[in-house]
Ligand binder design. Sequence first.
Ligand SMILES: *[C@@H]1O[C@H](CO)[C@@H](O)[C@H](O)[C@H]1NC(C)=O
Ligand SMILES: *[C@@H]1O[C@H](CO)[C@@H](O)[C@H](O)[C@H]1NC(C)=O
Ligand SMILES: [Zn+2]
Length: 484
Amino acid sequence: MIWRTPTTMASRGQLLVLPLLLSLLASHSSLIQLSWAKTVSVSDTEQLMPEPRAYSPDAQHLDFVYHDHEELTRFLRATSARYPNLTALYSIGKSIQGRDLWVMVVSSSPYEHLVGKPDVKYVGNIHGNEPVGREMLLHLIQYFVTSYNTDQYVKWLLDNTRIHILPTMNPDGYAVSKEGTCDGGQGRYNARGFDLNRNFPDYFKQNNKRGQPETDAVKDWISKIQFVLSGSLHGGALVASYPYDNTPNSRICRSSALCAMFQTYSAGPSLTPDDDVFKHLSLVYARNHAKMSRGVACKSATPAFENGITNGAAWYPLTGGMQDYNYVWYGCMEITLEISCCKFPPAYELKKYWEDNQLSLIKFLAEAHRGVQGFVFDPAGMPIERASIKIKGRDVGFQTTKYGEFWRILLPGYYKVEVFAEGYAPREVEFVIVEQHPTLLNVTLQPSKYLLPASSASSSSPVVSQQQQQQRQVNGKLQFPPTD
Ligand SMILES: *[C@@H]1O[C@H](CO)[C@@H](O)[C@H](O)[C@H]1NC(C)=O
Ligand SMILES: *[C@@H]1O[C@H](CO)[C@@H](O)[C@H](O)[C@H]1NC(C)=O
Ligand SMILES: [Zn+2]
């Protein structure tokens, strides 16, 4: 494909200040759309559960107040009824107390995956007593649907991305949380007392915590949709924190304050092979935020983060976090966004939080359009599903979708990609990433001469190379060799 200079540079959003990069991305992506737009039914990949479509005036107006589960549900239903061309509402499961875990898709193709275009997500309120993110995500939905026709940047984003928004992952915890409570644990946990951000399988340590319905719902969700980019919203600090959250040498502090203190001072960073990308993504959020990148400490006793970002383990290591799981198992680049010093600030501050975070929330998602994207085909031009892909030197891999698609966020430079698929000869392809637009790369694999032994890969395994997969099965237990 030849990159043409865009002939029209439409006037951009009134609200957003737009850098050249994303203007170019927008124009190029509309060119991509012409040749790539191929609509495929979603029914067999995602279980969308459309809701009854009764008109409600709520969709037009969203106050800066906290919405309980019923109000949140009413808002989402009303919005999906009012904006059927831009939204689709589905539930990924229920909390222990039976509250739906609603996901709103916002996109100009809400019901259908557009082949070649990335899916991204936000998750809010995983800790029930940290609800600023939950309200921010409702406002983000509202902003997207009301500005699609007036803001060129939002239109470009929604035309080229499917944005899945889970405003609350822990509605039961929220139900017992108290407005105005800045610290403490009440409402943090789910209804059985589990911390959901310690409840995922872990790359470094065995996690013996019993899987909770909310966690299982999210695991199931991200196993079905190949998310490229994700943000998880928290409160209690002001920082963008990136993987790994855990480290090979973390110690578990049960109750000893001394141990916790030792750990705080001894924790070092635990860096992924995509550290440059994670730092960049975190900086995109922090720099577009009204004050995060200033790196001011919330209190005198809490750390100040340089540029408003930190490696998760360098702050404090934890086992069973969601961001490490997204990255290691599915190659989804998730970071943790701590957006309020007070966990549950009074409602009158919500408007200010929205003003502080609005640009960050939008710009961060656009980063899914940076890097390499393409397809893996067989010689007949048929897509190869679950081909394993690894950027050379970055040992955390990922897999193609059922349409043979892949995406990887990368910064400008020269790269090699390694592509493996059962029954095909592995291939290595070189490519270049530039700042101005994503690199499109299609890879055709030739059948291998000799049949390889059947792989035991399953969709619930971390995405690792073939060699790593063989090493992984020891004593029937999952073993993960540390990456360099
Ligand atoms: C890659 O394959 C897609 C899907 O068949 C096609 O639309 C696109 O033009 C191809 N891109 C390149 C750079 O060959
Ligand atoms: C949705 O799109 C269809 C087809 O483009 C159009 O006819 C219809 O008016 C749109 N509906 C709304 C509510 O915008
Ligand atoms: Zn939290």
